[in-house]
Design a protein around this ligand. Sequence first.
Ligand code: HEM
Length: 526
Amino acid sequence: VDKQQQEQPPKPKQRNLLDNASNLLTNFLSGGNLGAMPVAEGAVTDLFGKPLFFSLYDWFLEHGSVYKLAFGPKSFVVVSDPIVARHILRENAFCYDKGVLAEILKPIMGKGLIPADLDTWKQRRKVITPGFHALFIEAMVRIFTKCSERTISKLEELTESEGQVLLDLEAEFSNLALDIIGLGVFNFDFDSVTKESPVIKAVYGTLFEAEHRSTFYIPYWNIPLTKWIVPRQRKFHSDLKVINDCLDNLIKNAKETRQEADVEKLQQRDYSSLKDVSLLRFLVDMRGADVDDRQLRDDLMTMLIAGHETTAAVLTWSVFLLAQSPTRMRKAQAEVDSVLSNGAITVESLKKLEYIKLIILESLRLYPQPPLLIRRSLRPDKLPGGYNGAKEGYEIPTGTDIFVSIYNLHRSPYFWDRPNEFEPERFSVQKKDESIEGWSGFDPNRSPGAMYPNEIIADFAFLPFGGGPRKCVGDQFAVLESTVALALLLRKFDVKLRGSPDEVEMVTGATIHTKNGLWCRLRRRT
Ligand code: HEM
């Protein structure tokens, strides 16, 4: 039996006088405009020193699955209920935009899909979604394999002399995910696995700033003149310029090299003879010269950021969990050995890596990327009645900021057995619980032929890629990419954590990552 060393969410802590005073003040300041909704007795001090989603989990257990969190002059509604989440994300999705998130991301992503206003989003989503068609995904599998093999070769070199090496796998995954997204989205080889470059440094600098902004509650970047005066802001703007110049060049090049023959191949879905199979090529070829360069750049930047850190994080936590479970590690390796015994990875062979895929999804259940979805109501809404303390539907005034906590949904004791434990096998078991009003349980028949256990099958209790119209466009890309990378790693190496799992602390911005890296000992398999 494997030793389960899953970290448990911290217990609600005793509150002191200072906390209580600050509660009274913050609740007073926030006003009581959300009617009878329970108010979390959180204090501002709870929001520092640990990831926000830990505190949101404590308050979920204490106050139920829809509550108001007040701090400073701001208040947020925190939703941890599948029925209410389904309403906000799917049934009444266009009543909400991205609120605070858009404010943070606009300076970086402009009018890219994530922060875009609804009108721009509707236009661009229609153009971008067809880019992720089956043949594109198939062509991507070759890129996933090429880049993962480059990482594996590097690791093999590092283990050449002693048969093992100690390294930070999170950093390796981050480089790998950057290389893949660069090639897949705009046919640019960062080759960050083997070298450093000003563009790579600029990408990491920008990601760092984006993350800092998402954990900071005051939009300091909007203060006039900071762009020129504050060194950190100056660096951010110069990093952004390096990336934008690089993207502008790629767009210019893609437009100049557009050839009718390639367009015909694309229209006939003939990907085998195309040299450049990237999403940028598709967007330029299919839309001709009418694509606005600025919008295209925003789209590419959004994809670069959305598809990089998330994938690096899911690989990091998959290894973290697997390294604590030697039996499951062996089971995964046995599957990889048997499926990949004869040659190249294809979409077909990937379908047989069923257990690896479940590991990826279980990692996304325990460490969802991002842990919170952010929305703001554009007009008044009435939430449906939900489960666990949210039976009553609440009125939502215009401008209400909402966190849909995927972390809470994924670890909810009301919907998952042993919610904090790593059990990839759980997805193979059909679970139907008709006893909960409005909740229809996990039903694979709801999404026949789904590539992975998704939000439809789980009726919004499991949202690895969000749900509704703003669901991730790169979900299949990401699942296959992570499956290839994890499978190729496990085929060659046994992985052990350097120390105790407790030493691997979490920090969070847009995604959950480690504080000081995922230090592992990699040993070559014989
Ligand atoms: C949106 C997760 C990989 C592009 C989202 C959302 C989630 C998510 C939860 C919904 C956000 C919301 O509703 O507010 C993930 C995870 C990934 C991943 C966990 C990897 C494991 C990717 C990749 C790409 C991508 C590889 C692109 C190649 C996007 C875009 C959106 C999005 C463009 C915005 C969609 C829209 O608003 O229409 N992602 N993602 N993601 N993702 Fe991903």
